[in-house]
Design a protein around this ligand. Structure first.
Ligand code: AMP
Ligand code: MG
Length: 417
């Protein structure tokens, strides 16, 4: 199956360019409205405007006595207490300048009062309150609108809702919020040799492992996953699986395996028959040379295909590099999600060839806060155990010269350190 004229970028595409191509034109899906609790981690699809002023009334910041400052001075610090205001229970009457009201944190400051005397600074005998240490005028009163006012745009469109912003949206009185829809990502393993974990593996069969990791990466990037299981290496079965995904409104189909140019690698011909245009079919990277990217646009809606190699390590590395940032953009997240960190080599590395290399490696943070990195010796792309022992990928750029111990390299962290 040679690179035909239908492929927009035939031949081997440099890894950096392939990432740019995959991310170009990827933007958020339409908005949906969700309950506030479900909005954690989502991205606002519209400005969120406050429906309330907070606090809605001048409120006491302390437990004590609400006083009129000028009246207190005139009354020589001795005041008559005429009632009580607690949070949720305002004082209903009105207060003369020589009077005061017992008040608690969060209670509305009564009309006529402008200052709070904290309880530690006053003594009480019956209704007679003596202010021992008079505060400055206005002390411990939170004016209405101290936090925000009705109509303020406190959370603009495209804000990622973290726990603090979730609480703010609640305070603004929004029970529901508009967020970008999560992209629907269909995940499909391909290969006659594959069975699911727990199923009996016949002669020549192995357990399908890839898509568990791929789907987990997609889900943690913000996708809703449609698990399509395992497709056999036949045109009919693959076509049926893809049609199923398309009928369910999938935004992105991710396959593992069958993306190469062997007789049993059918993803490309089947997707072409379903109207997908191939943008590239090979990337100059290791692991992961056979990576397909294709698109179909119907009625303005784009469906994308990312065909990942079957080798478990390749498929997971490619998911970190292509799939995760693509899903982030489709979910409306800012584009800067993959930022390699810098780390210092603790061993030397040989020179690299024309494929960008992603070596499984272990990064450590020194006491001074600097990162160091050491790559595993064996990097076979079938070895998942090494990948699971690694906590980062060490990037070796195209044609990088040999690197010695102490040099700085780029790494992609796979876990928090
Ligand atoms: P392929 O890209 O289909 O030629 O597959 C390359 C290698 O990856 C073969 O050794 C496959 O058996 C293996 N492989 C393909 N899909 C999976 C999968 N879902 N889980 C584990 N290994 C796989
Ligand atoms: Mg295969």
């Amino acid at each position: 199956m040679a690179a035909g004229p239908g492929i927009r970028h035939p031949g081997m595409v440099p890894a950096k360019k392939a990432i740019e191509i995959v991310l170009a034109g990827a933007g958020p899906s339409e908005a949906e409205t969700v309950a506030l609790k479900a909005a954690h981690g989502r991205v606002l699809a519209d400005d969120l405007i406050s429906l309330r002023t907070q606090p809605p009334f001048p409120a006491s910041a302390m437990d004590g006595y609400a006083v009129n400052h000028a009246g207190m001075i005139e009354a020589k610090h001795v005041l008559e207490m005429i009632g009580e205001a607690a949070a949720g229970h305002p004082f209903e009457g009105s207060m003369e300048p020589h009077q005061c009201v017992r008040i608690f944190t969060g209670a509305p400051v009564p009309d006529g009062a402008d200052t709070i005397v904290i309880q530690e600074n006053a003594t009480q005998e019956g209704n007679r309150i003596t202010v021992e240490t008079p505060p400055d005028s206005g002390k411990f009163v939170r004016p209405a609108g101290l936090d925000f006012r009705e109509g303020d745009v406190l959370l603009p469109k495209d804000t990622v809702i973290d726990p603090q912003r979730l609480a703010l949206a609640a305070s603004m009185n929004h029970p529901m919020v508009p967020v970008y829809r999560r992209p629907i990502v269909a995940v499909l393993s391909t290969g006659d040799e594959l069975v699911l974990p727990g199923q009996e593996a016949g002669p020549g069969q192995i357990i399908a492992s890839n898509t568990f990791g791929v789907a987990a990466i997609a889900e943690s990037a913000g996708a809703n996953i449609l698990d399509l299981g395992i497709a056999r290496d036949t045109i009919e079965h693959l076509t049926a699986c893809f049609n199923n995904a398309l009928e369910k409104g999938t935004d992105l189909i991710v396959t593992t395996g069958g993306a190469s140019v062997g007789d049993h690698d059918l993803v490309k011909p089947v997707m072409e028959s379903l109207g997908f245009e191939f943008i590239f079919i090979k990337v100059a990277m290791r692991p992961g040379k056979p990576v397909l990217f294709a698109e179909r646009k119907t009625d303005g809606k784009a469906v994308r295909l990312l065909g990942l190699p079957g080798n478990p390590v390749s498929s997971l590395v490619c998911s970190h590099i292509f799939l995760k940032p693509l899903i982030r953009l489709l979910g409306g997240y800012p584009a800067d999600t993959i930022k390699p960190a810098k780390a210092r080599l603790t061993t030397s590395l040989p020179s690299n060839d024309e494929r960008q290399d992603h070596l499984r490696a272990i990064a450590k943070r020194t006491e001074a806060g600097e990162l160091t990195v050491d790559a595993f010796d064996r990097q076979d792309s079938s070895m998942l155990a090494t990948l699971s022992n690694a906590n980062c990928l060490l990037i070796r750029p195209v044609n990088a010269p040999a690197a010695s111990e102490g040099e700085t390299v780029d790494i992609i962290l796979l876990r928090d350190l």
